[in-house]
Unconditional design. Structure first.
Lengths: 141, 141
DNA sequence: GAAGATTGTAAGGTAAACCTAACACTTTGT
DNA sequence: ACAAAGTGTTAGGTTTACCTTACAATCTTC
């Protein structure tokens, strides 16, 4: 019934996303801080960062801030974008409260297909532009 | 940024769902056949079935068909329902082709919140009832 | 320029979910 | 009824992603 794919594991995508958020905020981020953010041990983060380095997604030297390589930046942007497409869709169209929208987005962002995301973008856009008419349809029944 | 839950692993839910489908079709299902359906070794299926038995979700004796306990039936129905809510939503609202809709549903069914599913049900329903008016809105721009 | 705090990493461990190979048991077909 | 085919289980292995403990390296602050 189902099947599997995945090039970057959902875990590594989470690390990358958090690194990207620090990058957006222009906040230097070290391994220990990342561990705190993700609620994961420093040791596990250390391992994960090695993987990201070996895949040329981040630059990292002990005791320095983590930074994204061009490839890492690109990948991170993709994950981050997915998160927001989902979150917006859940909030704007399905009227899910922000926090719950975000929690769902967090999990789904790693597995959803690009095609579905594209439709969501269009749909959210359409929905926002026509909110009033749609509300009317809903009420008219 | 994210967090975790899960009572029945996504893997076990897949087994349960497939058993439920056989139940719906009134097709007797043995471990070996389940292994073929899920593309997993007989050995792994054997292990998984033991877990499902020990959680009182299925009844199973070697060389006989697998059957669902009342609790297992209930759980399976929930997973199956989730799958269809998602699939319908993707197909009807987002106009995703059937197969892709199903593939996405397969993965997301294990992690999405009930609240989002409820909204999807309502939305799909609303959308189907107002398809024409909505199409018009889309075209008018 | 040390002391104390923080940060990083190595070693060794666990758990889940898979695998193959080998063997035993059961069913089927003639 | 018995050989062949199919089914199930066991043992042992792999991988991934975590963990804790302990120690090493680096900062920071007085």
């Amino acid at each position: 019934m189902c099947a599997k794919t995945q090039t970057l594991s959902s875990g590594l995508e989470d690390y990358l996303e958090e690194i990207y958020i620090a990058h957006l905020n222009e906040t230097p981020l070290k391994g220990a801080e990342l561990a705190r953010k993700l609620n994961i041990s420093r040791a596990s983060v250390s391992e994960a960062l090695s993987k990201l380095v070996s895949r040329d997604l981040i630059k990292y030297n002990s005791y320095e801030a983590i930074s994204l390589t061009p490839k890492g930046l690109e990948d991170a942007q993709k994950v981050y974008a997915k998160h927001h497409i989902l979150k917006n869709f859940f909030e704007e169209v399905l009227e899910i409260p922000a926090e719950e929208a975000s929690e769902n987005a967090c999990k789904i962002e790693h597995i959803i297909s690009q095609n579905v995301l594209d439709r969501m973008i269009n749909f959210t856009d359409f929905y926002k532009k026509n909110r009033e008419s749609i509300e009317k349809l809903k009420k008219d029944k």
